[in-house]
Ligand binder design. Sequence first.
Ligand code: PGA
Length: 263
Amino acid sequence: MEVIVRKTTGDAVNLTAQLIADAICAKPRFNLGLATGGTMEAVYARIAALNAEKKVSFAKVTTFNLDEYIGLPPEDVNSYRYYMNFHLFDHVDINKKNTHLPDGMAKDEEAEGIRYEKAIKKAGGLDLQLLGIGHDGHIGFNEPMSSLTGRTRSKCLTPNTLEVNGKYFNPPESMPKRAFTMGVGTILDARSIIMLITGASKADIAAQALEGPLCSMVTGSAVQLHRNAVVILDEAAAAKLTLKDYYNFIWENEPKWDKYRHF
Ligand code: PGA
């Protein structure tokens, strides 16, 4: 795991988008794991801009999202399918047939989890998984105490997640209480991971996930297990990290970051 701290949210976002674009350019037939949430909106706007500038093409990219609310059809404005179309897929040259999310309306939940796992496997596994982190430490909707080897399944959300995400729903109480999510095990199977954490409200959970113990109470801590994970933070989210000087030293001295130092 490598940790990169950039001064502004914009720099952290633009670096994240550039790393994703460069990975796709290096292997056009690319399987990309995607995340939703407020943090990612700016990342997708930047990726769409890079696509418009012809700096990256999604023509041969297949995507798999981390999660979807149970009970929301794709056309519901709060479904993650709607979010993805709105923020990314409608703005890039991707074939929507190659974009996958769990089916929030699936009747047989267990079968849906198995189907999703099989689809990822059949595609050849994920080349890169993009992650945010929730205020309760979740990645995807792997809420506290989720197995660190879990696979795609339905999951009951925490009161904290209902409070944080309820603001998108009108009324907030109409937010689904459950969701499908890739498991932590599914996420760790990705060949690479980029996690983006921004904003002062994430400083505590970022320190717990990155420098605290590996623990199912904070499923985001599982990134520590991955051999090819890069975590990008802005200064505000990095405020409580103790090894920031070391992370900056690596950023300044590792040759592979030479071409990214303008971010
Ligand atoms: P956020 O969501 O970007 O809206 O904070 C992150 C998450 O819940 O994973």
